[in-house]
Design a protein around this ligand. Structure first.
Ligand code: CIR
Length: 259
């Protein structure tokens, strides 16, 4: 059961963050409204939400998922792969110290973005991308193993973060891009654990980043194919307009730390 979420208000500098989306400039006022609605969705799902103040120095800082990995046992502050995001970790430390005695850290030359770290029950998949390097992934594995989690590293290219293309929806159901589902390590794991795969429709790739929140699944608005598939699987679905965040390459999971 998830109890708590940490989010960070988008900064006015949001539009100056990193993006390859080519969807135009985000509208700040609409961004704020979408962020408010995101907070409401977390609350509907039963989480209490701590809202951190915006940090103008870091345009991407609303994407808090990338700067820490949190679960029921421990928290790890990452060393984000993008140079412009490294300073984001400073302000999260005191916040996480309120909840965790055992706060770990990824140290340089290791880099990890939380968006590359997917938890499936007691197993973690770690994507090796432009943001997460092998030194970072190795450090992360060592820490997670201390707490009895198992891990698999996955080499990826052509994708920003691992979780851009895959989400675990609970109940042994995985939502995933076809090209990722075909990766040997994923295939073996899904088969071995008898998991059900929901393959993203090629026209709805953005919605592969969705979020299981207690009794609900939060998906981006206007992805009818996914919506129908999840309805057939009996999920309680919440939807949210995410187009301003999408312009900055952000998805639903990126906007919070949940534990
Ligand atoms: C970035 O490129 O770092 C941000 N503009 C988007 C980060 C999205 N985070 C995520 O997928 N976990």
């Amino acid at each position: 059961m998830l109890k708590k979420a940490i989010v960070k208000k988008p900064a006015k500098s949001f539009q100056y963050g990193i993006t390859k989306a080519q969807l135009g400039q985000p509208d700040y006022d609409i961004t704020l409204i979408q962020h408010e609605k995101y907070i409401e969705s977390l609350k509907i799902a039963g989480l209490s939400v701590q809202v951190l103040n915006a940090d103008e120095n870091y345009p991407d800082s609303t994407f808090v998922e990338d700067i820490a990995i949190v679960n029921e046992k421990l928290a790890i502050i990452t060393n984000p792969g993008a140079v412009s995001r490294k300073g984001e970790i400073i302000s999260i430390k005191p916040v996480l110290e309120e909840y965790y005695d055992n706060l770990h850290k990824i140290l340089p030359p290791g880099t990890v973005d939380g968006g590359d770290v997917l938890k499936v029950e007691n197993h973690y998949f770690i994507g090796l991308t432009n943001r997460t390097n092998i030194e970072g992934a190795n450090q992360l594995e060592t820490i997670l193993k201390e707490y009895n989690y198992t891990t698999t590293k996955i080499y990826l290219d052509k994708i920003l973060h691992l979780k851009t293309g895959i989400s675990y929806l609970g109940n042994n159901i995985i939502l995933v891009w076809k090209e990722l589902a075909e990766i040997k390590e994923f295939k073996e794991f899904f088969e071995k654990n008898g998991m059900t795969m929901v393959i993203s429709d090629p026209n709805e790739l953005y919605s592969a980043n969705s979020l299981r929140l207690n009794d609900f699944v939060l998906i981006p608005k206007e992805y009818p194919i996914l919506h129908n598939k999840l309805k057939e699987l009996d999920f309680n679905i919440l939807t949210l307009s995410m187009n301003e965040f999408q312009k900055m390459d952000g998805g639903l999971s990126c906007l919070s730390l949940r534990f």
